[in-house]
Design a protein around this ligand. Sequence first.
Ligand code: SAH
Length: 465
Amino acid sequence: MDFLPIFLNLRSRPCVVIGGGEVASRKIFLLLDAGAQVTVYAPELGETIRGWAGAGKIKHVAQPFRPETLEGCALVIAATDDAAVNRQVSEAAKALGIPVNVVDRPDLCTFIMPSIIDRSPVTIAVSTGGRSPVLARLIRARLESLIPAGYGSLAKLVTAFRDKVKQKFKHPPRRRQFWEEVLQGRIAELVYSGQDEAAEKALQARLDTVDGNKPPVGEVYLVGGGPGDPDLLTFRALRLMQTADVVVYDRLVSPAVLELIRRDAERIYAGKERDNHALPQEDINHLLVRLAKEGKRVVRLKGGDPFIFGRGGEEIDTLAAEGIPFQVVPGITAAAGCASYAGIPLTHRDYAQSVVFVTGHLQDGTVNLNWQALVQPDQTIVFYMGLHGIETICRELIRHGMRPTTLAALVQQGTTRNQRVLTGNLETLPGIVAKAKVKAPTLIIVGDVVELHGRLRWFEPTAAD
Ligand code: SAH
């Protein structure tokens, strides 16, 4: 982090601005908004600032800047078009230990001004560390459109009820749940539509009827984290990850996706590397039950889709038996993600009319599949967990009648910046795996559709490491 974001209390504090033009006026506007007492040093004033001076909102000193004038002030902004003056201001302020900003000269600043989204008392500041004000403004525009204007009023409502709610709920997690329910439900909607009074009444009524001592009820969300690229998460997955008390995740969940978990949520690694399970499945099932019984909101985060080779069914079966509420959130499964990012359509009118997803790793460690059913004309086969059994897979497909020259692709760490796509055919594939040191997670796609990779490949990232 180049700069530490902080929010300054400037109410009634003396601040100095050097310069009286248009740029200075934008900074002064913000200072006034924060309640500062602003003195402007400038031989002449532009129209806007002249207006403020006339109305007594700022003090104007029609003299050039002198270092002594900074003494005792809380903050200084230099906004002149004279480089020498700007430098002088910066040096004088630094000597006095006063925070200084020189417009468009990050090298002379001890603080920079962020782009601001103002929903007071909610304030969001965006900074690119002075590198690209345009990018900061674009981010700000996106946030502006995402955050309802009513957030400010909502924060005021929270302030008014904060103590009452605190008294009512002894368990902090239960209190947090109450607030989340209020801030995401009907009461918040009333505020957004400008009905502040109705919202206040509804909140009071809710508070009167709710049982504050009831232990919180936990819940488990079985969430598909997708194949790796965090942009492929669903909105619901993201929302639940942001509200979880605890997240139990697998090895397959990418670091970029883990980044999006609520910062103070507890994280438990449930492992599951081949033959090296950090926690046996049985223990994971019971862990989920125990956490939910403690009243926690548990996100069980899995790679891809939880119901496709994810053992999600087994986990919620235990929850159902214990009467614990749960939800299942689908994710983009590796086959869909890898196929898209490798430019290999899984079906195509000219090549394949069906697609099957198969596991290449069976419970007893063998690859004992219904090969005959797989070896069908015009069908794409996608093998999950197939790397270990690659030789058997290729051999058996050929033995059951597939052309040895049938095309096949290996997609390693699909959709991530480390994605690798290697193509060959049933004869050459095992050799490619050994030679190119292909590692898990890798998906194997077998079928004529692989030919399209040459033409449709589009995602060729520079590896992150
Ligand atoms: N539930 C997951 C699959 C879990 S099985 C899903 O729906 O995607 C684990 C197998 O998925 C791995 O062995 C590998 O074959 C495949 N896989 C998962 N993520 C992958 C990725 N990003 N790239 C390539 N293969 C992946």
